[in-house]
Design a binder for this molecule. Structure first.
Ligand SMILES: [Zn+2]
Ligand SMILES: [Zn+2]
Length: 283
């Protein structure tokens, strides 16, 4: 069973257990973040954004491509990933293609921190730096919205139209930060890419939640500990914080209670734990 939560205008649906698998879809935008599991309903996304090459985040990509073909999708998906891993990903898929006698094709796109790419229409993705032992990226999904220039607000429609005809620029383009995605990283990713803290919806890892793992041990594996989020609680300006990649050290049923006890209410009320409800971890 997939976990599905609502965060503002978006459905966040998929599977995420720290170190086991992470695949999180946003159906309203046709996006899939990471490919560590291959549930059927996430296989039709035309854009897949890979955070890094660890198998709990990319291991199910070939299976997703196979299922995608069963759904009748002919065009390969765009698969966005850290630029450093594009060649290895192509080589891995080429080997699996030989095993399959059937092409596992992707449109591979490598990005570096600071790069921006148009996805479709007004939707763009910006890559941000994350900190993990292998090449890795976080992503910010940006909507480009045209807004009337402030000095023209209040002017009549015909007057604005006349200025436009005369060649005047009447609108500014504003970046709306819709979704931020940061996983498998040290907490310092938020210092290097503060825009993550201002996205409407932040989907971010918090692998360890209490003293069953020390902050030092979490940092040694380049993961985030809840203590580090609590320390910075007033810096998160997101409407919703979808907290994922929780370690299986915790039972899913205890996660909300730990957050209730530990996180200041102003932040806690905006955190949505991305864990299955009523039972254990799936599988
Ligand atoms: Zn991971
Ligand atoms: Zn990892």
């Amino acid at each position: 069973m997939l976990t599905s939560v609502t965060a503002g205008p978006y459905t966040i649906r998929g599977l995420s257990v720290g170190g086991v698998y992470t695949s999180i879809g946003v159906p309203e935008l046709g996006l899939l973040f990471d490919a560590g599991a291959s549930p059927r309903s996430l296989a039709t996304s035309d854009v897949v954004l890979l955070s890094h090459g660890h198998v709990d985040h990319v291991g199910a990509l070939p299976a997703l491509l196979g299922i995608r073909a069963l759904h009748g999708k002919k065009r390969p998906p765009r698969v966005i990933m850290p630029a450093e891993i594009v060649d290895d990903m192509r080589a891995a898929l080429a080997a699996l293609t030989r095993l399959q006698h059937w092409p596992l094709e992707i449109d591979a796109i490598g990005m570096k921190p600071g790069d921006e790419l148009a996805l479709r229409g007004d939707l763009h993705v910006r890559a941000v730096r994350t900190f993990h032992p292998v090449p890795s990226l976080g992503y910010v999904i940006v909507k480009k919205v045209s807004k009337l220039k402030p000095e023209l607000v209040g002017m009549s429609g015909p007057e604005i139209a006349a200025r436009k005809r005369a060649g005047e620029q009447v609108t500014d383009v504003e970046d709306r930060l819709e979704i931020g995605y940061a996983t498998d990283t040290l907490i310092s990713a938020f210092d290097h890419a503060p825009e993550l803290l201002h996205c409407k919806v932040l989907i971010a890892e918090c692998t360890f939640l209490d003293d069953r793992k020390t902050v030092e041990a979490a940092r040694a594996g380049c993961h985030i500990h809840l203590d580090e989020i609590i320390e910075r609680a007033d810096r998160f300006h997101n409407d919703h914080f979808v907290l994922m990649h929780v370690s299986q050290l915790y039972h899913p049923d205890e996660v909300a209670g730990i957050l209730d006890r530990r996180v200041p209410p102003g932040l806690r009320s905006r955190i949505i734990p991305f864990v299955p409800s009523g039972g254990g971890w799936p599988g």
